[in-house]
Design a binder for this molecule. Structure first.
Ligand SMILES: Cc1cc2nc3c(=O)[nH]c(=O)nc-3n(C[C@H](O)[C@H](O)[C@H](O)COP(=O)(O)OP(=O)(O)OC[C@H]3O[C@@H](n4cnc5c(N)ncnc54)[C@H](O)[C@@H]3O)c2cc1C
Length: 478
């Protein structure tokens, strides 16, 4: 007899889980048998790493502040949620980024895309690199392609193509910083495969960049490379949860493990409070180490593979000041910090210069990002120690010595998955092992992209796979 309905349990109410639930309900409407969905989130609130606080006219992002527009999935989701009019691009008047280099802020040359020059004149004039470093980049035009196509680290790839100085002063802070990772270990194939393709297709990254001149335009003409929402990314979470009316959303409930149902066709989702839910399919969007704990009793080798994806801890400190108390012009989007500088921060965003709607007219908002592979002590410090450390960094770098109006510290333990060399092979093994637990899927930042668009895409992909699974079990010959 056909099932009366199919029940899908989604674990995790971060952007991946919410996007999976949204895609599932959109695509499943009108299906026979109908699909019901429960989303379970351990925390008391939805959003996971997306956390927007609105305090005294400040809009403060505790986690992500924006997303890439070139990867279409976040823009598309905003459109589907009716948020297109709320999207904001970066402020064109302050379009400038700095690098803290040899103790002071230096301009990142105009036309640099992901650390590579698309315009020659500003790059040659810049004092970020020595002449020897610039010549080494030019010499890249003459270097042969890699003979073998094996994966390598970001550091190995860029040192080989562009030299040590360009890697340490430009590439590492811009690219390694995104993962808060160790560029000596991060996989080029898993993090920035486009650069490998450029080497393969053009023989040279510089030739490829100079022929492109500018990044391909996003579909929406008003889009800047990074986009945000007027009231913060929390708007996306609020709108999603309001749209998921048919989904049974449980917050403050932690899933503990799964068991195979007696008929062997589905699973029992066991919660920490002792209750259980039957599920015909499960999408796990919790971080890979949590997914590993959930799956340990069901499939040990799968759990071992998931557990071996490393994660780094990070924190952000947001500081609001009266404009008149800040001597610095804050005429840019902020600065990044190369690891070789030996500082305790990875980057700083001058939030109210980069985005509108972030601070009252008479105030400014700054944010500092810290932790990651090169400062593992971040979780050992108290909030007030972190705030004091960052105030002293900003005093030294920007000369801001007045009392802030507002300080907010957000700690993100084991928050940034690290796609080390071999990550793609590990994903293949995980996919292979998941074949042995039909109806269970993993999705989220730990696997195919840490950015919000990738997470949305991965959540929607998992929803699609659930539907295919139901189609196949209903009709095995398909
Ligand atoms: C400080 C910081 C800044 C960032 N900046 C950017 C940025 O500017 N742009 C960008 O695109 N990306 C950025 N990222 C990355 C991006 O925010 C994340 O990769 C993304 O939000 C992860 O979404 P997710 O749904 O996969 O995971 P999460 O948001 O981690 O959600 C997973 C959820 O699962 C829940 N969970 C775990 N275990 C269980 C369980 N057993 N039972 C029930 N629930 C469980 C957790 O509580 C959590 O809510 C940033 C990340 C950090 C930490």
């Amino acid at each position: 007899m056909p099932a009366a309905s199919h029940h899908v349990v989604i674990i995790g109410g971060g952007i991946t889980g919410l996007a999976a639930a949204f895609a599932l309900t959109e695509r499943a409407s009108g299906r026979v048998p109908p699909i019901t969905c429960t989303l379970i989130e351990a925390d008391d609130r939805l959003g996971g790493k997306i956390l927007t606080d609105r305090v005294g006219g400040f809009v403060i992002e505790g986690g992500p502040e924006s997303f890439l527009s070139q990867k279409p999935w976040a823009m598309e989701l905003c459109r589907q949620l009716g948020l297109s009019e709320r999207l904001i691009g970066t402020n064109p008047e302050r379009r400038h980024t700095f690098v803290l280099s040899r103790g002071r802020l230096r301009d990142l040359p105009e036309g640099l895309v992901m650390g590579l020059p698309t315009k020659l004149a500003p790059f040659l004039k810049s004092d970020l690199l020595s002449w020897a470093g610039k010549c080494r980049i030019a010499a890249e035009l003459l270097l042969p392609r890699a003979r073998q196509s094996v994966d390598e680290s970001l550091a190995s790839f860029f040192r080989r193509r562009l030299g040590d100085e360009a890697f340490e002063r430009m590439i590492e802070p811009l690219l390694g910083g995104i993962y808060a990772g160790d560029a000596e270990q991060l996989s080029i194939e898993a993090t920035f495969p486009r650069f490998r393709e450029m080497e393969r297709e053009h023989g040279s990254l510089v030739r490829s960049m100079l022929s492109t001149r500018s990044a391909p335009a996003a579909e929406d003409r008003r889009a800047t490379p990074f986009m945000a929402l007027q009231g913060g990314l929390g708007e996306m979470v609020e709108r999603l949860s309001a749209r998921l009316k048919t989904v049974n959303i449980l917050t403050g409930r932690r899933v503990r493990e799964f068991r195979l149902q007696a008929d062997g066709l589905g699973y029992q989702v066991m919660l920490a409070d002792g209750s259980a839910l039957p599920a015909d399919a499960v999408v796990i969007t919790a971080p890979a180490y949590d997914a590993a704990s959930l799956l340990a009793s069901l499939h040990g080798p799968l759990a071992d593979e998931l557990r071996s994806i490393p994660y780094m801890s990070t924190a952000t400190v947001s500081l609001g000041f009266r404009k008149r108390d800040v001597g610095h012009a804050l005429n840019g989007y902020g600065f990044v910090v190369p690891r070789v500088e030996g500082r305790s921060l990875l980057a700083s965003t001058w939030t109210s210069s980069k985005w509108s709607h972030r601070a009252p007219d008479d105030s400014v908002l700054l944010r500092v990002y810290l932790g990651g592979a090169h400062d593992k002590s971040v979780m050992d410090r108290t909030d007030s120690e972190l705030a004091e450390l960052m105030r002293s960094e900003l005093r030294g770098i920007l000369g801001i010595d007045r009392e802030p109006l507002l300080v907010k510290v957000y700690r993100w333990p084991r928050s940034m998955p690290q796609y080390h060399v071999g990550h793609l092979q590990r994903l293949d093994r995980i996919e292979g092992l998941l074949q042995q637990t039909p109806g269970i899927y993993v999705a989220g930042a730990g696997y195919r992209g840490v950015g919000i668009p990738d997470c949305i895409h991965d959540g929607a992909r998992a929803a699609e796979r659930v539907l295919t699974h139901f189609d196949k079990t209903a009709n095995p010959s398909v």
